[in-house]
Design a protein around this ligand. Sequence first.
Ligand code: NAD
Ligand code: IPM
Ligand code: MN
Length: 367
Amino acid sequence: MSTKKLLILPGDGIGPEVMREVARVTAWLSRKRNIAFEIDEDLVGGASLAEYGVPIRDEVVEKARAADAVLFGSVGDPAWSHVGFDKRPEVAILKLRQELGLFANLRPAKVFDALVDASTLKSDVIKGLDIMIVRETVGGIYFGEPRGIETLPNGEKRGINTEVYTTSEIERVARVAFDLARKRNNSVCSVEKCNVMESGLLWKEVVTDLHAREYSDVKLSHMLADNCAMQLVRNPAQFDVIVTGNLFGDLLSDLASMLTGSLGMLPSATLGAVQEDGRRPALYEPIHGSAPDIAGQGIANPIAQILSFAMLLRYSFDLQAEADMIEAAVAAVLATGLRTADIMSPGLARVGTDVMGEAIVRELDKM
Ligand code: NAD
Ligand code: IPM
Ligand code: MN
């Protein structure tokens, strides 16, 4: 690939704050590794609503389609919490996932040694932990029809959402999970609620069939989603790859983030299907949101955003060495005892977003 086209969408709240720290890393890549990007940047979410009256412009969706990869911050702004669903900032990310067919959201929960004590769980439960949650992102109850709020004849209102999954939607995301497992510890746990939901029953059947047909070398287990939430806290090390639907994946990955010490630590990659020309649409984003409670204070943890950029280098640009270096730099900084507020432990040095970003680049400079 000659010039790499990168679209950066910082979004709202802490999104732009943590994205600024990625700019230091791209500057380092060009300075020290001679890797340049053709970078375009645009508004999404509340920032786009304020400027253009829509959460995302069609033009931005087209730019995302044309880019080799998209780096997304986070969207969401309490100022827009009372408007209709089509006008919410969150539409920006939902529309990008839909329009680009980004169906597989990879959410790795990996515990850095230096952060073992930052988790709310006991250190022997989480030390060395390395889980990959594969969350389906364009189906399920987020998008199923019918949906809406209707008024009943007696004046009461009824809110409706519908969980829908088709065979092909389940199969393609399960395939991603099995392929990943083969490169890891060769084990997949498929999570649904087949005890109460038909969509869960189909999910289990499809995963089981695919496994028997093409992936019998991979260890497969099944778990009900409520039990999985409990098992993730009781004994997370039992998991390698977890594959699950949109809503359960959203919940379980926020839960898994606390195993690593903070929601501010977890990156993600959302991948689409490989196209005829060999390109694969991909968007990278931290799993956290715009964090309105700390926005504007310069205290957000930029590591999830920086690690999302490392995933981008790894998956979209095959820059394995550079991705490894960024992850090593994060580990090195944490080992020196620098901490943003969310991962702070007694006796360590509390720093803001920018100092954390600078320190990571200083470590990169030493490599
Ligand atoms: P959130 O993830 O924004 O924040 C939850 C808690 O974690 C807050 O206390 C926050 O301060 C903390 N936190 C999150 N990221 C952090 C970081 N990098 N460093 C330090 N602390 C961090 O979730 P929320 O408060 O429920 O949602 C706020 C808004 O974000 C909502 O509008 C929601 O829809 C949106 N959201 C967007 C995305 C996205 O863009 N992909 C993801 C999740 C939530
Ligand atoms: C996430 C977020 C989104 C989701 C919201 C903002 C639409 O929570 O990316 O985890 O629910 O998918
Ligand atoms: Mn979420």
